[in-house]
Design a protein around this ligand. Structure first.
Ligand code: FES
Ligand SMILES: [Fe+2]
Length: 458
């Protein structure tokens, strides 16, 4: 049996009347500046979005063994995501039930219990209070469940990706992912054994609202302009204009790539149709990086015909898969958007490694060394372009009287946007259809009175 505590929120301000007229703030073709700048809206998002829907927390490979833990956040809530002694994955609130200090100050580790640094209360990694110093000073029974750590009541994994929600009425995770699960499968299944292991991360903090990153996650309109220096760098030594994201340069909407919205705020931009379908087709797109020619020559010498399929495992998969509100798979990365305040966000890029399923042998180390090099590419030379624009938007939106941002590209042009049999929507790569659609989901969640709860061990 578990103990569920229903949350009295939405916060008092939301309980009576709505905080704002959401239909006014987010219209079909435009969004009001307040949704990016108003601290009260940010606070409501921390309950209704980061809490009201599934939020990505961590990858199972980060807590591979029993009693492994990692500290993460769900919105602003500090969490300890762990595997307990029986292998059960839990997301405990990293918040001592005594006076509220964070319990665990480490990023990751292995522990059966956590001792609070303040007064020494000790908790098992199931969340249960194990003991307090000098218990004879308490008249109350300290075995009362209210002293056990709060935890996220629903934690589910999809093929290693761990998500959590406080919303007792949310769909099961697989149903929530819906058609995008198949694209996640394809992203995983090109790797041996259909899996990856998560490594360390590139960490950025930008001075802008978290939604600016999600609004960019499927944006094919900005690439040729925002990332011009990266495109030029990638192609300077290539002798041809075909490296990296070069296909954005000339009429990107005439290319076979496309974007698709799959529901619940999720979408992907599929650049895979632009690839040559042959071993080495993906590797051919990789821009110059140190040591590349040496590795390529050595792979050909050692592995012969297999060399280029092995090198493709190091290449960056050209698809951006975005699960609202905070998760993206792009290239070989997992990118996580972590709100800090209304005008600050962490954008974290986790690298991933492939594992040897018996078919890679000694090539696995070299493939992963190359993956690290390719992973240095976009996060270092592309993400900086994007976060510079996010910060400049936050500045621009301080022009109070100029109220709207537009997302109407592709809207109202007959035949341009197609609805598929599964209800998903396909549009050309530069359309803002993805943004119009994820804002419908944002608005639905902001209007909702979610059935939120936390759980404690009995
Ligand atoms: S705040 Fe944790 S033991 Fe006092
Ligand atoms: Fe970008």
């Amino acid at each position: 049996m578990t103990v569920l505590e229903k949350i009295g929120s939405p916060p008092a301000r939301l309980a009576g009347t709505a905080l704002y007229d959401w239909d006014f703030l987010v219209q079909e073709d435009r969004a009001h500046r307040l949704i990016y700048t108003d601290p009260a809206i940010f606070e409501a998002e921390m309950t209704n979005i980061f809490g009201g829907t599934w939020t990505y927390l961590a990858h199972e490979s980060e807590i591979a063994n029993d009693n492994d833990f990692i500290t993460r956040r769900m919105g602003l809530r500090p969490l300890i995501v762990l595997r307990d002694a029986t292998g059960t994955i839990r997301a405990l609130y990293n918040r001592c039930t005594h006076r509220g200090t964070t319990l665990c100050r480490w990023d990751k580790g292995n522990a059966k219990s956590f001792q609070c640094p303040y007064h020494g209360w000790n908790f098992l990694n199931t969340g249960k209070l194990r003991g307090v110093p000098w218990p004879d000073g308490y008249a109350e029974d300290m075995r009362d469940a209210k002293y056990n750590l709060a935890q996220v009541p629903r934690v589910e994994s999809y093929r290693g990706f761990i998500f959590g929600t406080l919303n007792m009425d949310a769909l099961p995770l697989t149903d929530h992912l819906g058609p995008i699960a198949k694209i996640i499968d394809e992203w995983l299944d090109r790797n041996p054994g259909g899996k990856v292991v998560v490594c360390e991360a590139n960490r950025f903090r930008y001075k802008g609202n978290w939604k600016l990153a999600y609004d960019n996650s499927c944006d094919g309109y900005h690439v040729a302009y925002s990332h011009r220096s990266l495109l030029e760098t990638e192609n300077r030594f290539a002798g041809e204009n075909a490296k990296g994201m070069a296909y954005y340069r000339n009429s990107p909407d005439a290319q076979p790539m496309y974007m698709r919205y799959t529901g619940h705020g999720n979408h992907f931009k599929d650049k895979r149709p632009n690839l040559e379908q042959r071993p080495g087709g993906l590797w051919a797109l990789e821009s110059a990086h140190p040591g590349m020619e040496h590795y390529e020559a050595e792979f050909i010498k050692r592995y012969g015909d297999r060399a280029f399929s092995l090198l493709d495992l190091a290449g960056s998969e050209p698809v951006n898969i975005n699960v609202f509100p905070n998760f993206s798979l792009l290239g070989n990365h997992i990118q996580v958007f972590e709100p800090v305040s209304v005008d600050a966000t962490n954008a974290i890029w986790y690298g991933t490694m492939v594992v040897d399923d018996g078919t890679l042998g000694d090539a696995v180390t070299d493939i992963n060394a190359l993956r690290m090099r390719t992973q240095e590419g976009f996060p270092n030379f592309g993400e900086v372009d994007d976060v510079a624009n996010f910060e400049q938007i936050q500045h621009g939106l301080m022009a109070i009287e100029d109220e709207w941002v537009y997302m109407n590209r592709g809207l109202g042009i007959p035949g341009r946007i197609k609805t598929n049999a599964d209800g998903s929507i396909t549009a050309p790569a530069t359309d803002e259809a993805f943004m119009r659609e994820h804002f419908k989901e944002w608005k639905r969640l902001m209007k909702a009175r979610p059935n939120l709860a936390i759980r404690r061990e009995p």
